[in-house]
Design a protein around this ligand. Structure first.
Ligand SMILES: *[C@@H]1O[C@H](CO)[C@@H](O)[C@H](O)[C@H]1NC(C)=O
Ligand SMILES: *[C@@H]1O[C@H](CO)[C@@H](O)[C@H](O)[C@H]1NC(C)=O
Ligand SMILES: *[C@@H]1O[C@H](CO)[C@@H](O)[C@H](O)[C@H]1NC(C)=O
Ligand SMILES: *[C@@H]1O[C@H](CO)[C@@H](O)[C@H](O)[C@H]1NC(C)=O
Ligand SMILES: [Zn+2]
Length: 963
C-alpha cells in the first residue's frame, strides 16, 4: 500500500527520542504492522477452500464442487479487461433505513482470450440490480448476449456469470451492472469520512482500493496485472466537488445533481483507482500543456485559513521534477493532486494522480508542527510520488512481489526528500530509520524472507500480511545496497531501461535484475564477482542477515547468520544455508577499499593490522549486515573514538554503537564493551551516534530504573549529556533559535529530553520557566513546537495539580491532532500517583479521551516509572472492560500487554503475569493472546539477562562516574 500501510517512521523515532525510558523498537514495529494486518483480518473472511458455495449462491447454482473456478481466489486468464465506464453517485445524507449509500452503474469491457462460458468478476458487498432475474447484463457491442445464470460467491468475492453459449476467443464483450453499496466508515473501497467544521459535521466520500477493495466500489477484475483504462463519472450535489485520477472534462447539471466526467486514464491497475467527493479547498495550479498541475487539498480551515498545505505544495513540484529526471521518464499524467483526509486509516496511498494522505502526513503548521512533523511530510510525499512511476506505471504482477514496490519507494523517498530539503542530509537517516530498525526484527528466528511464492499469497488476509517492516525497510535496505555497489549512474541506467521496457505493464522482481544486469554488461568500469541475480538472491530468498567478523591478527573474515537471541532455533530452511554474497567496504589508515565475501570464511591480507591502525568495516552502513572484530581492533576503534571521534564517519559512529549493543544482546560481545562505546559520546555533537547510544541504553533504563543500579546510571547519563547540553545552549543562544540542520534539531530535542529526564537542574528550570510563562493569561503558547513534548512533560513531572489541570484544559481545547498528541503524552508524566490514577480512569471515559487513544494513554503512563505499577494494577482490575472495548478488534490491545510488562524482570513479576493469565481465561485475551505469551517469554529473558549482567553493569556505571 504505497504507504497504504506505510508506517510512520517518525512516530516511531519520536517515540524513542522522547521516551528515554522506553522502546524496544522490535516490538513497536511488529505491533504497528500487525495493527494493519489485524484491521484487514477483520474484513477478510477466513479461506474456506473445503466448503461449497451453495449456501452463499443464489438462483442457479446447484451443488458446487470446491475446485470450481469461483472457489479459487485468483482469476482465470480466460478474460482480459480493456476498459471500464463507471458512474458513481454517493448520497451524503442518510437514507430512510439510516444508511449512507452510493449508487453505481458500470460497464466492464473485456477481451475473451480463451473460449469460456464463465465470467468471474470481483464484486464485494454490492447489491446488484437484476435484469431478467440476472445480476448483470452481458453485451457484445450493442447486442445482448444470453445468460444461463448469475450468483455471488461471497467468500471469494466474485460475481459469477454463466453464459448460455460459450464466449468466443478474440471477441470483445462488456458486462453491464447497476448496484448499490454502503458508504460505510470502514476505510475500504468507496467509504465515508467525517469531520466537523464551523460546528457542522461534513461528510467526505473517498476511496482506498489497495489491496483488494476496488471490488467494493464497482465490479472489476481486481488483480494488479489486470490493467485497463477507466472513465469515471461522479454524480454529486452542490456545494461538493469531485476529483478522480484524471482531470475533469465535462460537468453538467441535472436537477440538484452535478455530473462530472473525468478523462480516460492510461492503462492501470484497479488498486490505483481513486475518486473523492468533498467540500475540500485547494492551493496550487491547474497545469496546462507544458506544466503538470500540482495541488494540495484538505479541509477549508486547514488549507485556506491556516495555510497548512503550503509546505507540501512547496516540495511536491521539486520532488515530481526530481523523479522525472531520476527515472528519465516524463510524469505520465497531466496532474498530481495531494489530498489530506481526516482519519485516514493508512499513512498515505499512491493512487495515480490523486494521492491520499492522513492529515499528519501532508499538512504542516509552522506554529504548531515540529521538525519531525515536517520530515514526515516531505518523506511521505516523496514516497508516494516515487510510486507514480515505480508501482503505477510499471506494476508488480502479483502481491508476492510487494516488497519490491514498497522497498524501492522506501529507498528513493530519501532521494526525493533530499532534493526538496538539500541541507538536511536526510539520506543518512535511512540507517537509523530503516536499516537498524528492521535489523532488530530480521534478527529474530521468526523473521521471513523478502520474497514469497506467488501461489502462497491468495486471500485478502494473506495479501495484507505482506505489508510489514521487512517489505518496507529491509526492501529499502537491500535496494540501497544494490544501488551503491552498482554505483548510482549504472543503477539509474538499468532502472530507466526497466521502466521503458514495462511501461503500462507488469513485472516480477527479477525483471529489474535483468535490466540492471544489462546496464552492467553495457560497460566495463564496474565489475561484479557474480551476476546481479546471484548476489541478490542471497538477500531476498533467505531471511535475516549475517554478522561479519574480522580477526585483524590473522586477516580471517567469517560470516554467520545473526540471531539476537542466541538460544533461538531457526526452523525455516534456506536455499543458501544462511550464507550471503557480502559487499564489504572498509577503511584502514584513512584509505577506503572494498572486497566481496563469497564464502563462509576467507582470509584477506589487507585485514591484517599492526600498530595502532584500526579497521572499520561497512562504511556508511551501505551493507545490510552487522560487524564484529577481534578485541584488539575493538580497542583500537574505541581509542580512536576517545581521542578524535571525527576521524570515524558519523554514520559509522552510530553503527559501532548499535552493532556493539546488539552483539552484546546476542552474547557475541561483552556487555561492558557495548557500554564502553558510549564513553566518548560526551564529546560527540551529532544526532546519529547519540540516537544509537540512547536506544542502546534504553533497555538498561527499563531493566534498572527501579533498582539500585539506576543511581549510578543516572549520574553517568547526566555526566555524558551535560557537555552536549552546554553546546546546544550555546548554539541556540539559550534555546531561543533553532539550529539549521535537521539532525542538529533532532539532536537538540534529544539533548533536552535526556537532560531533563536525568535531572540536569538547568534543564528543569528552563522547562518550568517556559511553561509558567504559558500559564499566564491569555495563555499564549510561545514554546517552540520542537521543544513542546519535552517542556510539557518536564513541567508536569516537576509540577502538581495546577500544571496538570492547565495542560488538561489545553488538551480539551485543541483541535490540532499533532498538538493533542503532545499534550496527552505529557499528562502521563506526573509524579503524583493519584493524578496518574485519575488519568487512567479518564482513559476509559470516551467523553474525555477518544476511544482510539485509550490504549496509548495507558501506555504512556506505563513509560513513567512511577506509573508502571499503577497501570499494571489498573489493567488487571479493568481487564474485562478493556477486553470488551478492544479485545476483539483492536491491534493496540497486544501493544498494551507488551508495554505494561516491558520492565518485568523478576520472578515475582513473572508470577504476577502467569496469575493474570490464569485469572482471565474468561474472557481471555483476544488479539493480545500472542502478546501475552511473548511477554511471558520476554520476562524470562529479562530475568536471565538481569541476573547475568546486573553486577557487571552496576560496577561499570560506578567506575564510569569516578572523577
Ligand atoms: C443490500 O441488501 C441487504 C439485504 O437485503 C441489505 O441488508 C443491505 O442493507 C443492502 N445494502 C445497501 C447498501 O442497500
Ligand atoms: C455549536 O453547536 C452547539 C450545539 O448545537 C452549540 O451549543 C454551540 O454554541 C455551537 N458553537 C458555535 C461556535 O456555533
Ligand atoms: C502553463 O502554466 C505555467 C504555470 O502556471 C505558466 O507559467 C505557463 O506560461 C503556462 N503555459 C501555457 C502554454 O499556458
Ligand atoms: C548503454 O550505454 C550507453 C552509453 O553509455 C547508454 O546510452 C545506454 O543507455 C546504456 N544502456 C543501458 C541498458 O544501460
Ligand atoms: Zn509505498
Amino acid at each position: 500500500m504505497g504507504k497504504g500501510f506505510y508506517v510512520s517512521k517518525l512516530v516511531l523515532a519520536v517515540g524513542i527520542i522522547f521516551t528515554v525510558a522506553a522502546v524496544s523498537t522490535i516490538i513497536a514495529l511488529a505491533v504497528v504492522y500487525s495493527q494493519e494486518r489485524a484491521k484487514n483480518n477483520d474484513v477478510a473472511k477466513p479461506p474456506e477452500e473445503t466448503t461449497t458455495t451453495s449456501s452463499t449462491s443464489t438462483s442457479t447454482a446447484t451443488t458446487v464442487q470446491s475446485n470450481d473456478p469461483w472457489n479459487k481466489y485468483r482469476l482465470p486468464t480466460t478474460l482480459k479487461p480493456i476498459h471500464y465506464d463507471v458512474e458513481l453517485q454517493p448520497y451524503l445524507e442518510k437514507n430512510a433505513a439510516g444508511l449512507y449509500v452510493f449508487h453505481g452503474k458500470s460497464s466492464a469491457f473485456f477481451l475473451c482470450n480463451t473460449a469460456t462460458d464463465l465470467i468471474l468478476i470481483h464484486s464485494n458487498k454490492l447489491n446488484h440490480t437484476k435484469f431478467n432475474n440476472f445480476d448483470a447484463k452481458l453485451m457484445e457491442g450493442t447486442k445482448e448476449v444470453a445468460l444461463k445464470g448469475t450468483f455471488f460467491q461471497k467468500d471469494k468475492q466474485f460475481l459469477v456469470v454463466q453464459v448460455a453459449e460459450s464466449l468466443q476467443a478474440g471477441k470483445e464483450y462488456s458486462l453491464y451492472t447497476e448496484f448499490i453499496g454502503e458508504l460505510a466508515d470502514d476505510l475500504a473501497g468507496f467509504y465515508r469520512s467525517e469531520y466537523v467544521e464551523d460546528n457542522v459535521t461534513k461528510i467526505i466520500a473517498t476511496t482506498q482500493m489497495q489491496a483488494p477493495d476496488a471490488r467494493k466500489a464497482f465490479p472489476c477484475f481486481d488483480e494488479p496485472a489486470m490493467k485497463a483504462t477507466f472513465s469515471i463519472t461522479l454524480k454529486y450535489k452542490k456545494p461538493y466537488k469531485a476529483m478522480s485520477n484524471m482531470q475533469d472534462i465535462e460537468t453538467k447539471t441535472e436537477g440538484d445533481w452535478m455530473i462530472t466526467k473525468f478523462d480516460k486514464t492510461p492503462k492501470m491497475s484497479t488498486y490505483l483507482v481513486a475518486f473523492i467527493v468533498s467540500e475540500f479547498e485547494s492551493i496550487g495550479n491547474d497545469g496546462n500543456d507544458t506544466v503538470t498541475g500540482v495541488k494540495i487539498w484538505g479541509r477549508k480551515k486547514a488549507i485556506v485559513d491556516e495555510k497548512q498545505g503550503e509546505y507540501a505544495l512547496s516540495v511536491t513540484k521539486p520532488i515530481l521534477d526530481f523523479f522525472e529526471k531520476y527515472y528519465r521518464t516524463p510524469y505520465p499524467l497531466p496532474k498530481s493532486d495531494q489530498v489530506a483526509l481526516p482519519d485516514f486509516s493508512a499513512g498515505a496511498m499512491e493512487n495515480w494522480g490523486l494521492v491520499t494522505y492522513r492529515e499528519t502526513a501532508l499538512l504542516f503548521d509552522e506554529n504548531v508542527s515540529s521538525i519531525g512533523n515536517k520530515e514526515r511530510v516531505v518523506t511521505v510525499v516523496a514516497h508516494e510520488l516515487a510510486h507514480q512511476w515505480f508501482g503505477n506505471l510499471v506494476t508488480i504482477r502479483w502481491w508476492n512481489d510487494l516488497w519490491l514496490n514498497e522497498g524501492f519507494a522506501s529507498y528513493v523517498e530519501y532521494l526525493g526528500a533530499d532534493e526538496a530539503e538539500p541541507d538536511w542530509n536526510i539520506k543518512d537517516l535511512i540507517v537509523l530509520n530503516d536499516v537498524h530498525r528492521v535489523m532488530a526484527v530480521d534478527a529474530l528466528a521468526s523473521s521471513h524472507p523478502l520474497t514469497s511464492k506467488e501461489e502462497e499469497v491468495n486471500s485478502p488476509s494473506e495479501i495484507s500480511a505482506l505489508f510489514d517492516s521487512i517489505a518496507y525497510s529491509k526492501g529499502a535496505s537491500v535496494i540501497r545496497m544494490l544501488s551503491e555497489f552498482l554505483t548510482e549512474p549504472l543503477f539509474v541506467n538499468g532502472l530507466a531501461s526497466y521502466l521503458k521496457g514495462f511501461e503500462y505493464d507488469n513485472t516480477v522482481y527479477s525483471d529489474l535484475w535483468t535490466h540492471l544486469q544489462m546496464a552492467v554488461d553495457n560497460q566495463t568500469a564496474v565489475q561484479l564477482p557474480l551476476p546481479i541475480k546471484d548476489i541478490m538472491d542471497t538477500w531476498v530468498l533467505q531471511m535475516g542477515f549475517p554478522v561479519v567478523k574480522i580477526d585483524t591478527a590473522t586477516g580471517i573474515v567469517t560470516q554467520k547468520h545473526f540471531l539476537l537471541d542466541p538460544d533461538s532455533v531457526v526452523t525455516r530452511p534456506s536455499p543458501f544455508d544462511y550464507k550471503w554474497i557480502v559487499p564489504i567496504s572498509f577503511q584502514i589508515s584513512g584509505k577506503n577499499d572494498h572486497i566481496w565475501l563469497q564464502k563462509e570464511s576467507d582470509t584477506v591480507d589487507k585485514f591484517k593490522i599492526t600498530g595502532n591502525d584500526w579497521l572499520l568495516v561497512n562504511l556508511n552502513v551501505i551493507g545490510y549486515y552487522r560487524v564484529n572484530y577481534d578485541d584488539n581492533n575493538w580497542n583500537r576503534l574505541l581509542n580512536q573514538l576517545q581521542s578524535d571521534h571525527k576521524l570515524v564517519p558519523v554514520i559509522n559512529r552510530a553503527q559501532i554503537i548499535d552493532d556493539a549493543f546488539n552483539l552484546a544482546r546476542a552474547k557475541q560481545l561483552g556487555i561492558t564493551k557495548a557500554l564502553d562505546t558510549t564513553k566518548y559520546i560526551s564529546a560527540d555533537r551529532e544526532y546519529m551516534p547519540w540516537q544509537a547510544a540512547l536506544s542502546g541504553l534504553s533497555y538498561f533504563t527499563q531493566m534498572f530504573d527501579r533498582t539500585e543500579v539506576f543511581g549510578s546510571m543516572k549520574k553517568y547519563m547526566k555526566k555524558q549529556v551535560i557537555p552536549l547540553f552546554e553546546h546546544f545552549k550555546n548554539v541556540t543562544s539559550n534555546w531561543t533559535i533553532r539550529p539549521l540542520s535537521l539532525t542538529d534539531q533532532y539532536c537538540e530535542i534529544n539533548t533536552l529530553s535526556t537532560a531533563c529526564s536525568y535531572d540536569v537542574e538547568e534543564c528543569l528550570e528552563f522547562a518550568s520557566k517556559l511553561f509558567n510563562a504559558w500559564m499566564v493569561p491569555p495563555f499564549t503558547n510561545n514554546i517552540h513546537p520542537n521543544l513542546r513534548t519535552n517542556v510539557y512533560c518536564t513541567a508536569v513531572a516537576q509540577g502538581g495539580e495546577e500544571e496538570w489541570n492547565f495542560l488538561w484544559d489545553r488538551f480539551q481545547e485543541t483541535d490540532i491532532a499533532q498538538e493533542a498528541d503532545k499534550l496527552r503524552a505529557a499528562l502521563a508524566c506526573s509524579k503524583e500517583p493519584w493524578i496518574l490514577n485519575r488519568l487512567l480512569e479518564y482513559s476509559l471515559d470516551s467523553t474525555k479521551i477518544r476511544r482510539q487513544d485509550a490504549v496509548s494513554t495507558i501506555s504512556s503512563v506505563v513509560n513513567n516509572p512511577i506509573g508502571q505499577s499503577l497501570a499494571w494494577d489498573f489493567v488487571r482490575a479493568n481487564w474485562k472492560t478493556l477486553y470488551s472495548m478492544f479485545g476483539e478488534s483492536s491491534f493496540s490491545f497486544g501493544n498494551l500487554i507488551e508495554r505494561v510488562s516491558r520492565r518485568f524482570s523478576t520472578d515475582f513479576e513473572l508470577e504476577q503475569l502467569m496469575q493474570f493469565k490464569n485469572d482471565n481465561q474468561n474472557p481471555g485475551f483476544g488479539t493480545a493472546s500472542q502478546a501475552l505469551e511473548q511477554s511471558i517469554e520476554k520476562t524470562k529473558a529479562n530475568r536471565n539477562w538481569v541476573n547475568e549482567n546486573k553486577a557487571a553493569v552496576k560496577k561499570w556505571f560506578e567506575d564510569a562516574i569516578l572523577p
